[in-house]
Design a binder for this molecule. Structure first.
Ligand SMILES: [Zn+2]
Length: 337
């Protein structure tokens, strides 16, 4: 079985974006009331909307996608805590409907109703609702809800601890995943995403978060940003700072996905990061949608790269399935081995 740990609902019916547009318009007009209800979306419209993902799963030989709302649209910097909560709940409810219609193809992961400067109580409530009522198996946690201005404390700060306590209690992981950038210096998927991945790893290296939460599991997407390429730098920094060996630091707690869109990048990732800390992911249909003229294949067809990599079959099985089951244990309740 091949579990893709990283997919977003980038193809949602247009009613979802219409709700968001109306919500944003109301923020700019003090006389307007923000919408509360999403226009009706039929099951057929949902079925139609995920045909691209189903086609790619079939064509590429992957089985199930761990599926979350469109990351760039989370945009936690827009509006206030109520804006974020209303938007988040609609996005998560739609993921639930996709997963209910295609239980063999999609398992849900939730967006969180984060807001810059706001406490995490809403996030804890929405995580509980998503896991206990919607059957979701994880969440996307934005380390920078300000959208590129980095006003939140580091992920290792005690600010985040009440949320981590809930993750541990529910036994679900978080993927560290930023959203849109409202800082023109940082292109969202080309810079902001990779900055955040790299930044999160360095934060984990500097503090004892996983001593405080030995069972907390964090996935750093997009192949870990710049981390694998600079593994020597991080090993050296850890050594200078009298921190643990990187392999000890990440062993049970930090995982990278394979959303790296060329063979040399995947080969490097697999060479420097232990196979037990890598989860298969493609982020389709997502950041990069084109076909690589050098190979004739889609850039985000990452299964090809793992298939072609010089690692043994046992490592491939763990990357394709076993590690995802370890990091997302609740997947076992919905997807048989
Ligand atoms: Zn993503």
């Amino acid at each position: 079985m091949v579990i893709d740990c990283h997919g977003h609902y980038t193809t949602a019916p247009k009613q979802l974006q219409a709700f968001r547009d109306e919500q944003i318009a109301a923020l700019k007009d003090p006389k307007a009331a923000p919408p509360k209800v999403l226009a009706s979306i039929t099951d057929d419209q949902i079925r139609e909307s995920v045909q691209p993902q189903l086609t790619f799963q079939n064509d590429r030989g992957t089985d199930v996608t761990i599926f979350s709302p469109r990351a760039s649209a989370m945009a936690h910097h827009i509006g206030d805590a109520t804006t974020s909560l209303d938007w988040t709940r609609h996005c998560n409810d739609l993921i639930y409907r996709v997963c209910s219609l295609f239980p063999e193809n999609f398992v849900g992961v939730c967006q969180l109703p984060q807001t810059p400067g706001a406490p995490l109580a809403n996030c804890i409530d929405e995580l509980e609702r998503s896991v206990n009522e919607l059957g979701f198996i994880g969440c996307n946690l934005n380390p920078d809800p300000s959208g590129g201005h980095w006003t939140a404390p580091p992920l290792t700060d005690r600010f985040w601890y009440p949320f981590y306590e809930k993750l541990v209690e529910l036994d679900v992981p978080a993927m560290v995943h930023v959203s849109a950038s409202c800082n023109a210096n940082f292109h969202a998927t080309g810079a902001h995403y990779l900055n955040a991945d790299t930044t999160a790893f360095m934060q984990f290296l500097q503090a004892d978060l996983f001593k405080d939460f030995p069972t907390l599991r964090m996935i750093i997407p997009h192949g870990g940003g710049a981390v694998p390429y600079h593994w020597g730098r991080y090993r050296g920094l850890a050594q200078d700072m009298k921190r643990p060996l990187l392999t000890d630091l990440i062993r049970d707690n930090v995982f990278f996905d394979t959303c790296v869109y060329h063979q040399p990048g995947i080969d490097l990732l697999l060479k420097v990061v232990p196979a037990d800390n890598i989860l298969f992911g493609s982020e389709m249909v997502g950041a990069v949608r084109g076909i690589d003229p050098e190979t004739g294949n889609y850039y985000d067809d990452t299964k090809r790269y793992v298939d072609a990599a010089a690692i043994d079959d046992s490592a491939k099985r763990r990357i394709f399935e076993g590690n995802a089951r370890k990091v997302f244990p609740r997947i076992g309740r919905v997807v048989a081995a």
